[in-house]
Design a protein around this ligand. Structure first.
Ligand SMILES: Nc1nc2c(ncn2[C@@H]2O[C@H](COP(=O)(O)OP(=O)(O)O[C@H]3O[C@H](CO)[C@@H](O)[C@H](O)[C@@H]3O)[C@@H](O)[C@H]2O)c(=O)[nH]1
Length: 545
């Protein structure tokens, strides 16, 4: 039998590199294992997230909580977006960035570049966990598997390191990696079956398992027979998430003005004149400026302007920004632009809204629909595709141009993101959950900012969204369009929307169950309630937390 050269056969260079990396990894392992093992640091934790740290809120909040509970905290992951400011200021947090795969890999065919990329990632993570962290961390939570497929090696690496360095593992199950892979390849695909086996095998045993929902806990305990402590740690917003005051919104919109001055938006939004007004806020004319001023400009001016007998504090006379009555309704959705969020559904609903608004424009004023600015925040792979689809619908002067709707996509700094949510009128969630076992973090963010939502329904959504109380649940574009119409009718005086917004005063504190079963609190309250006892259990013998 004779062999001919095949395009798929790896060239000698690729094979040599693979071999070198394998040898390097073996050497690192041998070095780490052959050294006398130092005792694990009692209050030290390494958090591994195989993704952009700045776009992994749950892992950043974990890091913040560990550090405020006096744990030396190593946060390992990729750079890209700026992390939340507190992580940069907490002295106990050390961010250990992973290197990007070498650039020259991009030029190679996937069949060679793929395995080499994974291998270089494995070497980098091992080097970080075994060498860059001087003393072995005591507790060692690893990211769940949202970032699959590149997170495939994570569970195995963490399992290996925990044996080599004698540290404990906490697995934070915030989604199932194999279900994300199944979205692309189909449930029956061999890779999906391998990924499922991998996840269940290396994820089975840990010191503790954290779950984002009760549904995920029940499912995994039943299906995979998990060993270790099992606790549900629902996502909750950090305390800095709040409803924005008109002054905060005024500041924010001034800051965002360049993004609101693009051609599709300039003629659509009300005219503004910073620093006195933005498309959503304005400073009412000052009482001081209405006092007639004599031409002389002498000391009498003061007396006239301030009326010396008037003892009202000066600050009370300076008018504060207010919301404009001619502002459009501000809708927000946040996303990582992944295939599990169907933006076509939102687009369809917005088209229906536009039609409905035109039908009602000559009718009774209280029944008219307002203009809507839909802002989608976040970065991710499908952003360009959808924004390109929207382009002709908002091109100035185009035949098909919308009259009542505009859509903008933004990435906001960590400080601005909660301010935008806190300034918005309604949130929209298209999270469909690849596993139907996790919940949308964006809705948690929105609730933290007192923002009700219209959320796409799926199996365990009721652990977060109470239909008719803090939001409305839809299942298709028609329902979403109807909900938008009902909630926004008569805006800014919109009774149905106001009722949902007011429900935020009625949530029960953590650990109690109110009439609507809606229990709420901050991330720190929840973390201290759930995680402290878990850690205390572990370290109590040696020191109190
Ligand atoms: N700074 C900033 N952050 C943003 C922006 N837009 C979105 N984000 C961040 O990106 C998150 C939304 O990302 P998704 O990937 O859409 O998350 P999700 O579906 O809502 O939640 C999933 O991930 C969580 C962990 O990160 C999981 O906990 C959850 O269960 C679910 O799997 C938001 O919560 C927010 O933290 C922005 O403009 N600026």
């Amino acid at each position: 039998m004779s062999y001919t050269a095949s395009a798929a056969a790896p060239p000698p260079l690729g094979t040599c590199l693979t071999l070198c990396m394998f040898l390097a990894a073996s050497y690192l392992l041998w070095r780490a294992y052959s050294k006398p093992r130092p005792k694990p640091a009692l209050r030290s934790v390494a958090i591994l997230v195989l993704g952009d740290i700045g776009r992994s809120p749950r892992m950043m909040y974990h890091a913040e909580s560990f550090a405020t509970n006096k744990f030396k905290t190593y946060l390992i992951g990729y750079g890209g977006s700026k992390p939340i400011p507190s992580l940069l200021s907490l002295s106990l947090v050390e961010i250990l960035p992973l290197g990007e795969p070498p650039l020259w890999l991009r030029g190679l065919p996937f069949i060679i570049a793929g395995p080499l990329k994974v291998l270089s990632q494995v070497v980098d993570i091992l080097q970080t966990l075994l060498v860059r962290i001087p003393r072995p961390p005591r507790i060692h939570p690893c990211a769940g598997t949202t970032f699959n497929p590149p997170s495939i090696p994570t569970l195995a690496i963490v399992w290996l390191v925990s044996h080599l360095r004698g540290c404990k593992v906490i697995i934070d199950w915030h989604n199932l990696g194999y279900t994300i892979l199944a979205l692309k390849l189909g449930e029956q695909h061999t890779f999906v079956r391998i990924a499922k086996w991998f996840e269940s095998y290396f994820g089975r045993s840990a010191y503790a398992h954290l779950f984002v929902t009760k549904a995920m806990r029940d499912h995994l305990v039943k299906e995979w027979n998990l060993r270790g402590h099992k606790v549900v740690l629902h996502d909750r917003p950090p305390a800095r998430f709040h409803r924005a005051s008109p002054s905060e919104s005024h500041e924010l919109f001034q800051h965002l003005l360049p993004h609101l001055s693009t051609p599709p938006l300039t003629a659509f939004l009300p005219a503004s004149k910073p620093p006195y007004s933005t498309p959503f806020t304005y400073i009412p004319p000052s009482r001081l400026s209405t006092v007639p001023r004599p031409a002389s400009g002498g000391a009498d001016d003061l007396e006239l302007a301030f009326e010396l007998s008037d003892l009202t504090p000066f600050a009370d006379k300076v008018p504060l920004p207010e919301l404009r009555s001619d502002r459009p309704a501000l809708l927000v959705s946040s996303t990582s632009w992944t295939p599990d969020e169907d933006f076509a559904m939102l687009l369809d609903a917005l088209k229906q809204y536009e039609r409905r608004a035109r039908e009602l424009e000559d009718g009774d004023e209280s029944a008219r629909l307002p203009k809507v600015l839909m802002v989608v925040t976040g970065k991710g792979p499908l952003r360009q595709k959808y924004m390109r689809e929207i382009e002709p619908l908002q091109a100035p002067g185009g035949d098909a141009t919308w009259k009542y709707v505009r859509c903008a996509s933004l990435w906001l700094e960590a400080d601005d993101y909660p301010l935008l949510l806190g300034s918005a009128d309604l949130g929209i969630s298209l999270h469909s959950s690849s596993s139907a076992l996790d919940l949308p973090m964006k809705v948690v963010d929105m609730f933290g900012c007192g923002l009700p939502v219209c959320a796409l329904g799926f199996k365990c959504l009721d652990e977060l969204v109470k239909d008719g109380v803090n939001g409305l649940v839809f299942h298709n574009a028609d329902q979403l369009a109807t909900q938008l119409g009902n909630l926004l009718r008569g805006f800014p005086t919109a009774p149905a929307l106001t009722a949902l917004q007011e429900s935020f005063q009625g949530a029960s504190p953590l650990g109690t169950t109110g009439t609507d079963g809606w229990e709420w609190g901050t991330w720190a309250e929840n973390w201290n309630h759930i995680m402290r006892p878990l850690l205390l259990h572990d370290v109590a013998a040696e020191a109190a937390l």
